[in-house]
Design a protein around this ligand. Sequence first.
Ligand code: PFF
Length: 443
Amino acid sequence: MSAGDTQFFSKIGLIAATVGSAVGLGNIWRFPAEAQAGGGAAFLVLYILCVLILGIPVMLAEFSLGRAGRTDAIGSFSAVSPKHKKWSCVGGLAVVTAFLIAIFYMVVAGWTLEYLFESLSGGLYSGNTANPSSEVFATKMETYISGGWHPLIFTVVMVLINLAILLGGVTKGIERLSNILMPLLFVILLAFCIVSLTLPKAGEGLVYFFRPDFSRVTPSVILSALGQAFFSLSLGMGILLTYSSYYPPETRLVRTAGTVSFLSILVAVMMGIIIFPAVMSFGLADHGVAGTTLVFSTLPEVFVRLPLTWLWSSLFFLLLTIAALTSTVSIAEVVIRCVQDRLKLSRRAACYWVMVPILVLSSVCSLSMGMFNFLDFLTAEILLPIAAIGVCVFVGWIAPKSLLTNQLTNDGSIRSRIIGLCLFIIRYVAPALIFLVLISPLL
Ligand code: PFF
């Protein structure tokens, strides 16, 4: 492997790549639906608290492990603590989880691409402009998402795009892609915020999103805010571990974690600013702003009421495709790096060894909602929390105490005042809270 393939080239590039991984459909698609279900602003406050209290320390645990190990998610554990080789199984679990997530996330990424294509070609709005109705978009969604060859073709295209990027390597593939797409993502988000703020009932939407109604907070809302924080920061997937193994020694981990978390929250907030004014202005609240329907059937109802429908629609689905692509690339990289380092393969060979099975399995998954839902449930509800608890216990209790201190201070060359607090959260608070997320379906 060339030197350029083991380290991000620039500070901006490494931030762009990490933010690209963190900012995904979790922030853009899942957050507004969760916020709606959890009482708007109250959910937002809880989500931000969870990111700060749980997210940043766990992210720092993954960063420390990854940068100290400088190898794949499995190898990092034994590199950091050779006496405790068995703990590599936590890395193994993260890699298996990443592989399973890659399979169904490629399918969702394929849907975003399909919607982008249908917006550009006008297919999404054909015969609809005169009398837009949610039923029409719901029927289209049915056809696009579960209608035979459609999803299959776009899933295959998405996997091939991922393969092309990943073959380019860390700097020329992942970093270059992120440097171009992440600024574009923020520009598109900003344009939508501006449009949304000019809608007739923008004020009502903003009040809903920013004025907390804590009476709607229940234990289950707290747990879903925790789950959302956890998912939106890509914790427990091996991504942060793998990407931080490409960070140079001088990267300030605390600052990087702060920046990534801030930008991830910012995207979620911008999405709220976009969605809630639109939902209020067009009276869509009763249509159930939830899950899949929010993006794929409710939002087209908004776009059809705007001038230049195809343009807004295409821009929005471009935004979604970018968010999905930078995330799928990161999740596939976890597995590729692992195969490359464990089997001592060339980058090229590792890319094919990983992406061909993903291509086959995600093609099957695109045709089977049963498989899709099972993989989603298995990874999000079970495997991710277990892997994250494993990372916390390893960094907090098993690895040498110097790991966190050395990594957060860059071997003593900079100061960090949060080491003690971070260690406390990694040792006690985070495992306990993540365990609650894990057992919450049983409560
Ligand atoms: N933070 C990402 C998101 O919000 O979508 C989490 C993620 C999911 C990353 C799936 C990568 C991925 F393939």
